[in-house]
Design a protein around this ligand. Structure first.
Ligand code: ZN
Length: 286
């Protein structure tokens, strides 16, 4: 049986953008799957240009999909509910985003994508939310930096509220500090937020290893921003470093929290390298 025929027997294949066939999970058995075990959460509406910022730029999702869609099953999320958003954001903030209907709809789907990734992680399947808009600059009552709702914070708060986890570690390797996530969880002892800074790439990866050695959690969530890459804004990390970081997260999760690990996309703006950087991180994480 050819590779393509094997794929067709388990998935519906959708032609998109004229560059790739996109397999979408139809709930069928994947025991002999050609895919790796990790799932990628994705929704076609993430391709919409919902704002005029670099995170919403046309082609940003497509350049990542081109690299990873042949390797991982794509799973569609549901939008986050208003109640989910209110776990970490004020009514005033929610109302201000709702005044931009298209942006709000895509942002709710992004938060829902992060929730879906974490739910899979809780059931023992590692997952990555290939979502946008990003979220780590969204605070309870404000946002900036191309973010609207804090996808990671909504997700961790929801798991905690439902009593499914007590303690969480959030690793944020984006170039920029996730002030929104810090503002939301700053006074919460059981949610540890870590944003490494370093003089060079080796020190950066080593600092993550050291941090993970010293912590325990019921789940680890990764705010995965790729704008620190040598060919992106930060000019520091190489593609192989994302693979190493993914592997560290995998090893941490298997050591301390039954393998519960998930990531969500934050920054990353050079479309020429973004796809291969996400692919490298998922190689390590899966
Ligand atoms: Zn960033």
């Amino acid at each position: 049986m050819s590779l393509l025929r094997k794929q067709e027997s388990r998935c519906r294949l959708f032609p998109m953008w004229g560059v790739a066939w996109i397999p979408v999970c139809t709930g069928m058995t994947y025991e002999e799957s050609i895919f790796k075990t990790m799932k990628v959460i994705y929704h076609p509406r993430y391709e919409e240009v919902y704002a005029s910022d670099p995170a919403a730029k046309a082609g940003r999702m497509e350049c990542i999909l081109k690299e990873i869609s042949p390797l991982y099953k794509l799973v569609h999320p549901e939008p986050a509910s208003v109640a989910d958003i209110k776990l970490v954001h004020t009514e005033w903030h929610l109302s201000s985003i709702q005044r931009m209907p298209q942006t709000c709809e895509v942002a709710l789907l992004a938060a829902g994508g992060a929730i879906k990734a974490a739910e899979l992680a809780m059931s023992g399947e590692p997952a990555f939310g290939l979502i946008r808009p990003p979220g780590h600059h969204a605070s309870p009552d404000s946002c900036w930096g191309f973010c609207f709702f804090n996808n990671m914070a909504v997700t961790i708060a929801k798991l905690r509220k439902e009593g499914r986890i007590k303690r969480a570690v959030i690793l944020d390797f984006d170039l920029h500090y996730g002030d929104g996530t810090d503002n939301i969880f700053g006074g919460v002892a059981d949610v540890v937020y870590f944003h490494p800074e370093a003089r060079d790439r080796q020190e950066f990866v080593d600092s993550i290893a050291l941090f993970l050695e010293r912590h325990k959690a019921d789940i680890i969530g990764v705010s995965a921003g790729f704008d620190r890459h040598v060919e992106d804004w930060g000019g520091q990390l190489k593609t192989e470093d994302y693979r190493a970081i993914g592997k560290l997260v995998k090893e941490f999760s298997e050591r301390v929290c039954k393998g519960r690990r998930f990531g969500v996309l934050e920054g990353g703006y050079n479309h020429d390298v973004l796809g291969k950087n996400v692919k490298a991180f998922l190689d390590g994480l899966s």
